[in-house]
Each structure stands twice: as structure tokens, then as C-alpha cells.
Design a binder for this molecule. Structure first.
Ligand code: TRH
Length: 386
């Protein structure tokens, strides 16, 4: 029996949804599958509300899906804050967000050392396994922080994966899919039409993609969440995106802009599409679990470090593919991240591989399933520490 512990997860929203997306997923899984008591500290409840509509951004504290959600300023030097907060036994500092100073002082006064974990970004680079779970002593106290790295291979922290995820995906048959689409107001496929989800950064070569898809031999229905990319697409096509729902057409391409979905519904969208464009960290991982052919738009870093991350993942992912298939995937992914031009031939080659990529993805999923999921691994790690 897993011991019930109190967990504090700290998260700050930088400029995107990944940090809060991962923290929310982790918090829910800790509660649901491991019966842990979780408090989730978030600095931007408006952003969080987009993926968890039950959130009331006005409330300093609220309980949603058995997770206690608390607002914090995100500023570690906030002198008044956290002086009266009793720390939990396990602390997750998501993506090195830096804990409030007062909270760290309280941690250092605890009779029993808490387990303090810095949950790091996901990467397929080989150094990850060497640095995963290494302790790092705090400079001004006896506290120890452990850097915990998610990853794809043995020796890393694995990926977030709920116990019933694959079961739910496989049970998502045509009837359930239709119910989901109708409920979300998403168009059904017309005959021969391919449904594609698009979640990417503004820096991706969106204009080239729209151009290619507009002249595609297969008509495409492109589903895009509302936001800056949707606005850019509307602008490129001479329209104005004046709401959360919008439809614009270009040649054989129909683009449907939809409201940002609740996090679990985003999974359903990925399951219901024929191809998924994902980005960042969490949607990228979810696109892998969805099994459909996917293209990754990696979070661009100013020093170009993201290219190593992209190539490291590609090395693993295409390893067992036939050479020509691997070449096509690599070309499209590099093009989608701005490394080479995105042209029609690259896209058509990828489309021709839809079936074999879906098959490959099932083997990829089987390979990932051999690893322990990130949350279970964390729970076990914490138990071993106490
Ligand atoms: O939003 P992101 O670009 O987040 C990024 C990455 O995490 C990156 O590593 C980090 O450095 C940077 O932020 C600061 O992409 P990501 O990681 O895919 O997170 C998106 C989250 O939003 C994910 O949890 C899925 C969720 N989502 C929904 O809940 N509904 C939706 O409709 C969509 C499109 C996404």
C-alpha cells in the first residue's frame, strides 16, 4: 500500500501552456491513481482555466478533481507570502520555477527532511539518463533537491501516462468519436477528407503549410485551437478571426478554428484526427500516445539548443523505420521547424506513409509502455527516500 503523503506542486506559467499542462496532469494522477494529497500552486489561473474550465480565477484556493488549487504570485521574493504556509512532505518544483523564499525557510526548519524534486523538461538527449535523479545540495541549508528528468529510455523518469490511457484510446470507436465531435462542434469528415489537428508556434512555416494543403490532392480539414496561430492563419487568408469559432477555406483546405479544449478533450481530438501537429512537451507526448502520424514543432530556443533535442528524439523514433520512411519523416520535421523549406513533395511523401507510420507508432507505444510512467516512478522514488 502506498503511503498517503502531502505534495506541493509549484508551477509558473511562462508564456505557454506546457508547464501548467504537465503540473495539472501530474497532480490529477497522483490523486486518482496513488491517493496522494496534492496542493497545486499556480501563478496564472486564467491560463489554467483554458484547459480546466472548472477553475475560478477569482478564488485564492479551490478544490478541483480532488486537487487543491492555490494561487501564488510566482515571485520567490514575495516577503509576506508563504510565511504561514506549512510545507508538504513532498515538493515538486516544476521546471525550475524557484520556490518562494519563505517556503524554503520553512522547509529547512522541518523536523524531517522533505523530498524536494525539481521536475525538469522532457528530452531524448543521451545525457538525460546520466543526470536523472541526481541529488543537488541547497547552497544555504542542509536541504537536498533532486533533479528528475522525464524521458523515453531506461534510466530516465519516463513519460506521464495515466493507467487507463491506452484502454480509453482503444475504446474511442467511431460512435464515441462522433459523439465527441458533435459535442465539441467539430466538423465530421467529408468523403476522402483528412482531418488534421494543428497546434504549433507562430514561428513554424504556417504560410507554406497552408499553401501546400490548399492544393492537396486529398481535401484537408484542419482543426486549429483559437489563439495567435489561428489569428495568423486567418490573416494570411485575408480574413479576421473574430471569435473562438471560425471557419475559413482555401482551395481544397477547410480550416476550422475551435475554442481551446479541456485537457482530456485534447486527447480525444488527437485520437480522432488522422494526423496531428503537436508542439512543446506535453502535446508532443500526447500525440505519441495517440498513435496517429504526428509532426513535432519543438519549442524554439534562442541559442538553437532545440535542434539537438529534435535530432535526439528523431534518432530514437526513426531507429527501426525503413531508411526511406525515416528520411521522409526527418525531412518533414526539419522543414516544420524551419530548418529546410517546406514544399509539397515533402508533405505528399509523408501522406503516403500514413498507414505505415500508424503501424510504426503502435510499436513505438509498445516500446514506451515498457517503461514505468513518470508519476508511478516519482511515487516510488519518494517512498524510497522517506
Ligand atoms: O504550450 P506549450 O508550447 O508549452 C511549452 C512547452 O512545455 C515547452 O517545453 C516549455 O518550455 C514552454 O511551454 C515554456 O506546449 P505543450 O507542452 O504541448 O503544452 C500544451 C498544453 O495544453 C498541454 O497540456 C495540452 C494542453 N492543451 C489543451 O488542454 N487543450 C487544447 O486545446 C490544446 C491545443 C492544448
Amino acid at each position: 500500500m502506498t503511503k498517503v503523503l502531502r505534495w506541493d506542486i509549484f508551477c509558473t506559467v511562462i508564456d505557454n501552456f506546457g508547464d501548467v499542462g504537465v503540473s495539472w496532469r501530474l497532480a490529477r494522477q497522483l490523486v486518482r491513481e496513488h491517493r496522494q494529497m496534492v496542493r497545486l500552486w499556480i501563478d496564472d489561473l486564467d491560463c489554467f482555466k483554458l484547459m480546466a474550465p472548472a477553475v475560478n480565477p477569482e478564488l485564492p484556493c479551490q478544490v478541483i478533481q480532488e486537487v487543491q488549487i492555490c494561487r501564488w504570485s510566482g515571485n520567490q521574493n514575495d516577503a509576506d507570502a508563504f510565511a504561514a504556509v506549512e510545507p508538504a512532505q513532498v515538493i515538486i518544483e516544476a521546471f525550475a520555477c524557484t520556490l518562494p523564499e519563505n517556503y524554503v525557510i520553512s522547509l529547512s526548519r522541518m523536523a524531517r527532511q522533505p523530498v524536494w524534486i525539481d521536475l525538469e523538461y522532457l528530452s531524448a538527449e543521451s545525457w538525460v539518463a546520466h543526470y536523472h535523479a541526481l541529488p543537488s545540495p541547497h547552497p544555504r541549508s542542509a536541504l537536498i533537491k533532486t533533479c528528475y528528468f522525464p524521458g523515453f529510455v531506461a534510466g530516465t523518469g519516463g513519460l506521464l501516462r495515466e493507467k487507463d490511457l491506452q484502454g480509453k484510446r482503444l475504446a474511442f470507436d467511431q460512435r464515441v468519436e462522433l459523439d465527441f465531435l458533435r459535442h465539441q462542434g467539430i466538423f465530421e469528415r467529408k468523403p476522402n477528407q483528412i482531418r488534421i489537428s494543428l497546434f504549433c508556434y507562430e514561428s513554424a512555416p504556417i504560410e507554406s503549410l497552408i499553401e501546400v494543403l490548399s492544393h492537396s490532392a486529398y481535401p484537408v480539414l484542419l482543426i486549429v485551437p483559437s489563439g495567435r496561430v489561428a489569428e495568423k492563419i486567418a490573416f494570411l487568408l485575408g480574413s479576421v478571426c473574430d471569435g473562438e469559432r471560425f471557419v475559413v477555406e482555401s482551395g481544397t483546405l477547410t480550416i476550422q478554428i475551435i475554442p481551446f479544449l479541456e485537457q482530456d478533450n485534447y486527447d480525444r481530438l488527437l485520437w480522432s484526427c488522422d494526423i496531428n501537429f503537436a508542439r512543446g512537451e506535453d502535446s508532443f507526448a500526447r500525440a505519441q500516445w495517440a498513435g496517429k502520424p504526428f509532426i513535432w514543432n519543438i519549442y524554439p530556443q534562442s541559442d538553437g539548443a532545440h535542434w539537438n533535442k529534435l535530432e535526439a528524439f528523431l534518432d530514437l523514433y526513426v531507429e527501426s523505420m525503413p531508411v526511406s520512411t525515416a528520411k521522409t519523416v526527418i525531412e518533414l520535421w526539419r522543414a516544420w521547424n524551419g530548418g529546410i523549406p517546406l514544399d509539397s513533395a515533402t508533405w505528399v511523401n509523408f501522406l503516403d506513409l500514413q498507414k505505415s507510420l500508424a503501424q510504426h507508432n503502435e510499436s513505438w507505444i509498445a516500446q514506451l509502455l515498457q517503461r514505468q510512467d513518470l508519476t508511478s516512478g516519482l511515487v516510488q522514488f519518494v517512498e524510497n527516500q522517506l
